[in-house]
Design a protein around this ligand. Structure first.
Ligand SMILES: [Zn+2]
Length: 119
């Protein structure tokens, strides 16, 4: 991984999505890269604000309603056929590659929503 490609790990680093080795390399990079420090700070601020903005205690009647509905819904019979394994699953890098754009998009959307809410 080149020094310039380390810039691309800023978002994953912000979301604590890097492995130990990548995190260590990025920590070293971060100490000398103002751009990445800014990116990490902005991402963490946005994600934190998004979480705070969404944190809301649901009214107690929702829990009672859900439990009442669960008790009255008919359940599917258990499957009797075996389920074939579809593969080995995603590696950590593949999972990051799939989830990272989604996480960035959600963070950006949260930032826009917060900006709109603050007027
Ligand atoms: Zn950088």
């Amino acid at each position: 991984m080149t020094e310039s490609s380390l810039h691309h790990l800023a978002a994953a680093y912000s979301l604590d999505a890097l492995g130990r080795a990548e995190r260590t390399r990025f920590d070293l990079h971060l100490a000398g890269c103002y751009l990445c420090r800014e990116t990490v700070a902005e991402m963490r601020t946005t994600v934190g604000a998004f979480g705070e903005g969404l944190a809301k205690e649901p009214p107690p009647e929702i829990g009672e309603s859900v439990m009442r509905r669960i008790r009255t819904l008919p359940q599917d019979a258990p499957r009797t056929t075996s389920v074939r394994k579809r593969g080995r699953g995603l590696s950590r890098d593949e999972a990051v590659a799939v989830l990272l754009p989604f996480a960035v998009a959600v963070s950006m959307a949260a930032g826009v929503v917060l900006l709109l809410l603050r007027g």
